[in-house]
Ligand binder design. Structure first.
Ligand code: ZN
Length: 441
């Protein structure tokens, strides 16, 4: 693969300002589409991503048994509204797709405000925001609106209409596979089922799309798989249909909420001490970013499916502010101004750094382990022309030589020495070049 850049080199050369703007533009393009766990909105979203990447769209028929679940019927919505006696729309799906409870069954009914009232959802604490509500897996319908607008509705008769169909069809998900030198896989997954919500989770779709395009242009030790799935049912469907691929997954990350201004959060895999957990913690610590690393919990996004005990995959989740921890979460305030190009770019950079560690990590053996080999004679001491921090690189070589007895990995050595993985890797490359170091596996 000579001539093809490594992931680390691609990251160094990347114009993150431009990439941040590009990801934000993609979020903006997808924002108006009314997605759900099935249906045309989800499919249209995947087709947009297909324009940017070699994504294939898989369709799984309604009624298919997947693990303990069944693929649900396909939901397609054309319009929805609540109109007053004069026929004026007081709640209108065409103004915001959050106005209708997602997956609502079709309805056309006249009713008094008091009959309608239990079907109307609002946020008294945030009177200007429309909440996001769903009715998956139970036949129901309803509307969401700003509390201020709810309080202004006069008594009287209203017409409630959900012009939707709930019928046999299929569940769609998107998949990208990038083969590498080994069949061992790194999995990236994002949920693609939310309607007009920007951070949760259009930000994740945009980040993974750009990441996939970049990795497609890089040399790859690992094979990479990207999944764009409806939350829960999509990952369960994929797991049910891909037993062979599941057994090849070595590391993974679930992408969500990667565009807000908050600091980065890494949620560990169920295993807690997997290589991806250590790689993410190392990258965040070395970057100097404000960040937090939190333990696995069986809640959140699809990491809970990948990390269910029958699979126990080493899949963590790299987000900014976690789900439910920001007031805009699952409301109309999670909009295009809540997601920032610079935050998207910073998140992408963190993802690339984690991938660079996974790609570059390995175990080596010092070929001259009795006493320190004479580095000066080989031009490896003092005069590291062009390297930004020769002192650090020298220390990195000493650490790598000292620790490389076939036991510790380069990531172990980076953690133990407190030197950034990139520098440890660069030191190891020089030692390999001078035959002082051999791969041990
Ligand atoms: Zn959500």
């Amino acid at each position: 693969m000579s001539g093809t850049p490594t992931v680390a080199a691609l990251r160094t050369a990347a114009d993150f300002t431009a990439l941040g703007r590009e990801m934000h533009a993609l979020v903006s393009e997808l924002y108006p589409i009314c997605r759900s766990i099935t249906g045309e909105g989800l499919r249209r979203t995947l087709r947009v991503l297909q324009r940017e990447t070699p994504l294939t769209i898989q369709e799984v028929p309604s009624g298919t048994a997947v693990l303990d679940w069944t693929v649900p019927r396909e939901w397609n919505i054309r319009d929805a509204w609540v109109a007053n006696a004069k026929g004026e729309r007081v709640i209108d799906f065409k103004r915001s797709n959050l106005h209708v409870v997602n997956y609502s069954v079709p309805v056309r009914r006249r009713m008094s405000l008091s009959e309608l009232r239990p079907r109307l959802h609002s946020l008294p604490d945030r009177p200007d925001w429309i909440p996001y509500r769903t009715s998956y897996y139970q036949e129901d319908w309803g509307f969401c609106l700003a509390h201020r607008d709810l309080e202004r509705l006069p008594e009287g008769e209203y017409e409630a209409v959900v012009d939707a169909t709930l019928a046999d069809g299929s569940l769609s998900y998107g998949e990208i596979f990038l083969p590498g030198e080994t069949s061992d896989e790194v999995l990236f997954s994002a949920h693609a089922c939310h309607p007009s919500l920007a951070n949760d989770n259009l930000s994740g779709l945009a980040l993974l799309t750009v990441l996939a395009r970049m990795l497609a242009a890089a040399s790859r030790r690992y094979s990479y798989r990207f999944l764009f799935v409806p939350g829960t049912i999509g990952s369960i469907t994929w797991l049910a249909r891909n037993e062979a691929a599941v057994s090849r997954i070595r590391h993974g990350l679930v992408a969500a909420c990667v565009g807000d201004a908050g600091p980065v959060t890494y949620k560990k895999s169920r295993r807690g001490d997997a290589e991806v957990d250590r790689a993410a913690a190392h990258v965040l610590k070395q970057s100097g970013r404000p960040h937090s690393v939190v333990d696995f919990t069986p809640y959140g996004y699809d990491e809970r499916q990948y990390g269910s005990p029958g699979f126990d995959l080493a899949v963590g989740s790299l987000t900014r502010t976690p789900h439910g921890r920001y007031p805009e979460y699952h409301t109309s305030a999670d909009d295009l101004s809540f997601v920032r190009p610079d935050a998207l770019a910073d998140s992408l950079s963190a993802y690339l750094s984690v991938v660079a560690v996974l790609e570059g990590n390995g175990r080596y053996r010092n070929t001259s382990p009795r006493g320190e080999p004479q580095l000066g004679r080989r031009g490896l001491y003092g005069s590291m022309g062009g390297y930004p921090d020769p002192g650090q690189l020298q220390m990195a070589m000493l650490w790598v030589l000292n620790q490389s007895d076939g036991g510790p990995t380069l990531l172990d050595i980076a953690d133990r020495s407190g030197i950034a993985f990139d520098t440890i890797r660069a030191g190891a490359d020089l030692l390999v070049e001078h035959r002082l170091l051999d791969p041990s596996d």
